[in-house]
Write a protein that binds this ligand. Structure first.
Ligand code: AP5
Length: 213
């Protein structure tokens, strides 16, 4: 049976970067609520009686999308996966409790990165509008300015990577998601990784844990 890996970290800690590589090298499904919600951001949730009518409005304000919407996405994705690396979930204690009900975990990793570095990484991130490849204007620039190395697509800034929304996302993270990190730490299952090394350096540490899981 494939491994069940959970990758935790603040916005910009490198969860997406590491998860993609883990999924490819360990033959795991990459389950990411951020990408799933971006692909469904105009989904009509008006009949569910929430504050907003689509995920887009929550995401652009830096707030969390309601648990009922996200829990359903995760449950379906995990049921379909043999092994997986889960990224972007759980984001609050309620989601963590739900996760415990629907699956078991072989490893829980936390990418530790300072706040100053997080802001720099997110505001400098560029993504390919066609294939989703990830760049950074300074740390991982494309060969040609504004053009994806992989597919030639246009590189854009994510709508929630403006400085104002990044600050709000970090506030939401401290309030809602840090308690989730503390919960796994208190359970004694959290493996903390220095997320401020180069992407290759972080991957070496992450891969060592996953190999032994
Ligand atoms: P989501 O897409 O999950 O965003 P996030 O958690 O804020 O994480 P990011 O994807 O922004 O960052 P990352 O850690 O993956 O970093 P990356 O590898 O790209 O969520 C977006 C929104 O969706 C939320 O705000 C919320 O509204 C909603 N949502 C999602 N999940 C939800 C849930 N469970 N419940 C409710 N709502 C939910 O790296 C960042 C940058 O740094 C890149 O440019 C990269 O090139 C660079 N970089 C990476 N590693 C390094 C390194 N080692 N050194 C230097 N640069 C690096």
């Amino acid at each position: 049976m494939g491994k069940h890996i959970l990758l935790l970290g603040a916005p910009g800690a490198g969860k997406g970067t590491q998860s993609k590589r883990l999924a490819s090298e360990f033959d795991l499904e990459h389950v990411t609520t951020g990408d799933a919600l971006r692909a469904n951001k105009d989904m009509d949730i008006s009949d569910m009686d929430f504050e907003y009518d689509t995920p887009r409005e929550y995401m652009e304000s830096g707030d969390l999308v309601p648990d009922d919407v996200v829990n359903e996405i995760v449950k379906t994705a995990l049921q379909e996966a043999d092994g997986y690396v889960l990224d972007g979930y759980p984001r609050n204690i309620e989601q963590a409790e739900y996760l415990t009900e629907i699956t078991d975990l072989d490893a829980v990793l936390y990418l530790d990165v300072s706040e100053e570095e997080l802001v720099e990484r997110l505001t400098g991130r560029r993504v390919c509008d066609d294939c989703g490849a990830n760049y950074h204007v300074e740390f991982a620039p494309p060969e040609e300015d504004g053009v994806c190395d992989d597919c030639g697509g246009e590189l854009i800034q994510r709508e929630d990577d403006t400085e104002e929304t990044v600050r709000e996302r970090l506030t939401v993270y401290h309030k809602n998601t840090e308690p989730v990190v503390n919960h796994y730490r208190d359970e004694g299952v959290l493996v903390e990784i220095d997320g401020e090394q180069t992407p290759d350096g972080v991957f070496d540490d992450v891969a060592e844990v996953v190999e032994d899981a």
